[in-house]
Write a protein that binds this ligand. Structure first.
Ligand SMILES: [Zn+2]
Length: 348
């Protein structure tokens, strides 16, 4: 069964680190609707739109059906089949599992674990659509086996005012040692002329959130494997050029930014700010400033001394990087883990 826990083939490119991976950068949107469900454009039209706007690949994810891709054949963009599958998850408001790289929807409106198992069985990649909008609390996702990732930015949800950012859910999962990737997407439904409902801002669900994948080739197979391996970052605009961990330091290089944040486990993490009126294109911080195990132990011990805090049994040990350009632009790296997925303070 394919799994993101599988070791990657190139030992120089650890899981989650696209910057050491060989190949080229490919831009793609992993969540798109067509006229096969509630999208306004046909598969061919929407593929053509993304090709004209500089995309290298596009995943078609209609509701509960894998759209036929014949219409897009010959387009200069890799079109990857998929679906967004409704699940029965009574604790969540309206939950969906997105799946890319599948040929048919064989399980729907069942528990998400059954959908995830079937998607993996088909060689596809399952991820949770817009957890924040769907009311999928972090705790619901903790026990899912084989989950490859979650949407951390969904443009359709964000720009219609409905809870498009799920980075808190991601940190919750990572903190509990769940190795899941996070990605940004459009969740496109509209065409260019789609009028907003009265009193609402225009929907902006195209070319607003995407991933940059580092893969050896521009093919469906290579792109899907790179996504499984976490060899990508997410963005709404900014570029991440490099993230490197060397001799106790983390070095980041990126396009012009106002803030470079190193998000990590509770009570740790740090942020580097540009000077007033200026911008940053790089930052370096010590691994001791983020979720490096000795730091966690000291921080938790200090917190425990403030009162009668029960100490957590298990905690992940990771950091991830967020870039902010001072306006609408964010970029998010995948997590870098220190050592094993889980770290138990009591055993340290
Ligand atoms: Zn959708």
């Amino acid at each position: 069964m394919p799994s993101h826990f599988a070791p990657v083939s190139d030992e120089d490119a650890p899981a989650g680190d696209p910057f050491r991976a060989p190949g080229e950068w490919y831009r793609g949107n992993t969540h798109t609707h067509s006229t096969c469900s509630d999208g306004k454009l046909s598969v061919g039209q929407v593929a053509d739109w993304y090709e004209r706007h500089g995309y290298d690949f596009l995943c078609i994810t209609d509701h509960n059906v894998v759209a036929p891709l014949d219409e897009a054949a010959g387009a200069g963009i890799v079109v990857i089949p998929g679906a967004e599958i409704g699940v029965a998850w009574p604790q969540a408001a309206l939950a969906e599992v997105c799946a890319i790289g599948i040929r048919e929807v064989r399980r729907k409106h069942v528990h998400p674990q059954e959908v995830i198992d079937d998607v993996l069985d088909q060689g596809g990649i399952p991820f949770i659509s817009h957890p924040h909008m769907s009311g999928v609390y972090s705790s619901l996702m903790m026990d899912l086996e084989g989950l490859v990732g979650i949407e951390i930015f969904n443009a359709a949800c964000q720009h219609s005012g409905r809870r498009g950012v799920s980075t808190t859910h991601w940190d919750d999962l990572l903190t509990c040692g769940r190795r899941v990737w996070g990605w940004a997407c459009d969740d496109r439904h509209t065409d260019d002329e789609y009028p907003p409902p009265p009193g609402c801002l225009p929907y902006r669900d195209h070319a607003k959130g995407w991933i940059m994948v580092r893969a050896p080739r521009r093919s469906e197979e290579a792109i899907l494997q790179a996504i499984r391996d976490g060899h990508f970052y997410s963005t709404t605009g900014p570029t991440i050029h490099d993230i490197r961990v060397e001799e106790g330091m983390i070095h980041v290089r990126c396009s012009e930014a106002k803030q470079i944040t190193f998000a990590s486990v509770p009570w740790t993490g740090t942020r580097v700010h540009a000077e007033p009126g200026g911008s940053l294109t790089e930052a370096s911080v010590s691994t001791g400033a983020v979720g490096e195990p000795s730091r966690i132990m000291g921080t938790i011990a200090n917190s425990a001394n403030l009162g009668d805090h029960p100490r957590p049994k298990k905690m992940g040990s990771y950091f991830r990087v967020e870039i902010w350009d001072g306006e609408d632009g964010y970029a998010w790296s995948n997590p870098h883990w220190f050592g094993t997925a889980s770290w138990t303070p009591d055993e340290a």
